[in-house]
Each structure stands twice: as C-alpha cells, then as structure tokens.
Design a protein around this ligand. Structure first.
Ligand code: FES
Length: 287
C-alpha cells in the first residue's frame, strides 16, 4: 500500500472513541434486526448475498460510485437534468450499499470492525452531502454542484477504507478458496478414525476437508468456513447441517450448500469413497 494510503488507514484506526462508536452502531443494527423477529434471518441472508452465492455489498457499491461519477461528468458537460437524475440514482444505491455493508459489518471484529465504522461514517457524510446537493440543484445549481464535489471527495477516501477491508483484511472474500483442492482423488483417512455420527478434519493434499460419517457413508466438504475462515470441524452437527462456531453460518454436509448465512459462498464439496477401510476424496465441480 502506498505510504499515504497506509497513513490514512492508521489515522482512521487510531481515532479516539472508535470502539465506543462501533459498539453503538452494532447495537443499533442488531437491535433493528432483532425487532424484525422471524424475518431477521431471511432478511440478513438477503442482504449478505446468501441467495446470490456471492457477497452482495461489493456489487451494490458500484451503483452510487458509478452514478455519482456520471453526475460529475454530466455537470462538466452542463447537463443539469441528467446530473440531478444521476445524483438521485446514486442516493438510492447508497441506501442499498449501507444496508448490505452494515449487515456484513456486524459479523466483524478487531481491525475490520474499527475501520468499518470510519467507512460507514464517511459514506454517511457523502450521502448526506449528495442528498443536500439533489435538493439544492433545483434552486441554487452552483451550490448543488459544489456539495456533490465535496461528497465525491469524501466517498473516494471512504472507498480506500472499503478496499482495505476487503483486499487487505479479507472481509467479504471466499475463505474456502484460499487454497485449491487437489485435482486427483486423494487418500485422507482410515474409516475407523472418523467417529460414527461425528466429524473429522483431514488434509487432502494441503486442502482442509471436513469428513462426516454415517455408518459406512461419508460426506465431505471444505473444512474452512467460506465466510471468514472458521473451523467447521469445531462447530456443531445436526442431521445434515454443520454450523460454524464463529458466526453461525450453516452448511449442508452433503453438497456444501448454504442453509443460512452470514456466509455468501457455499463450501466446496467432495465425493468420498471407502475402499479397503480407507477414505478417498475428490473435489466435485460446482454446479
Ligand atoms: S467464519 Fe463466519 S460463519 Fe464461519
């Protein structure tokens, strides 16, 4: 990271009152979800991107960034009406980005949690400035454009923090794909070493695999949780569903599919066979 970017990150991480602000914001977000009652989990899954098989937040952030960049260009060309529409589209996208981002953020701790508060505060400030710009453009066009420019600058700094959270601190990426499973069928364990009705973590050519045994039947999926890398072998198994011990994502052990989030990516699945008392696994191509 260039020194200026590193300095901006360090500056944000050492702001006073950051943890208190994070606790207050997390309390508000979790309180809102708790108030949703039975709709809480489906709502969270929808905003995490569980239904999509991909984190939703990074896709939605393109809407305000793209629309506000378009507004910048349209302002430069003197296209007042088009610029105001673009500012409005960006505002709608910003609401979606805030809802998805805050939902992802509530399952973070440490540095990502602290940086996320700064990211959210800056995005909130940029959104307010764009809201004021949209209102001002009807009456005082120059003021509206100036507010947009200020908002664009703040959103750009905020994007640096968002990028750091994703690319450096690995929030929102697929942790189950950190290493590649072996292409060949691989011997991983003796059947007798896996407790009947239980789970065991094994190594398949450097890739961690979770084995689940039912008598002579074996199911196998990636052992590292796609969400943030939690150890699924330390989670709980109920029927065909394993629950991650870190944030409670639930996966089907038969095919690695997500039963509920916050994970947005399914677990890699393996076909397991037993031959002469030994278990062999091979990766199954995703559907
Ligand atoms: S690491 Fe977050 S649910 Fe598994």
């Amino acid at each position: 990271m260039p020194p200026i970017a590193q300095e901006l990150v360090e500056l944000a991480l050492h702001m006073p009152g950051l943890d208190a602000a994070a606790d207050a914001l997390a309390g508000a977000v979790n309180g809102a979800y708790d108030a949703a009652g039975p709709a809480k989990q489906p709502l969270k899954d929808a905003l995490n991107g569980t239904w999509l098989g991909h984190a939703l937040h990074p896709a939605i952030t393109d809407v305000p960034i793209g629309a506000w960049t378009a507004a910048l260009v349209l302002d430069a060309l003197g296209e007042r009406r088009g610029a105001r529409i673009a500012v409005g589209v960006g505002l709608l996208g910003a609401l979606g980005a805030a809802a998805t981002g805050l939902t992802d953020w509530t399952d973070t701790y440490g540095k990502p949690r602290r940086l996320g508060v700064v990211h959210a505060a800056l995005n909130g400030a940029a959104t307010l400035l764009y809201g004021a710009s949209w209102l001002a453009r009807g009456r005082a066009h120059g003021t509206g454009v100036a507010l947009s420019l200020l908002g664009y600058g703040i959103a750009s700094v905020s994007a640096l923090y968002g990028g750091t959270m994703s690319l450096d601190l690995q929030i929102g990426v697929n942790h189950a794909n950190a290493t590649e499973p072996p292409a060949e069928e691989t011997d991983v364990a003796a059947l007798a070493d896996v407790p009947d009705g239980g789970m065991k973590r094994v190594d398949a050519g450097g890739y961690p695999v979770l084995l689940v045994r039912r008598g002579g039947d074996i199911h196998a999926i990636g052992a590292v949780c796609a969400h943030q890398g939690g150890p699924l072998d330390e989670g709980t198994l109920e029927g065909d569903v394993v629950t991650c011990p870190w944030h409670g994502s639930r996966f089907c052990v038969r095919d690695g599919g997500i039963v509920s989030g916050p994970a947005a990516y399914p677990q890699p699945a393996f076909r397991a066979t037993v031959l002469d008392g030994r278990i062999r696994v091979v990766a199954v191509e995703p559907k």
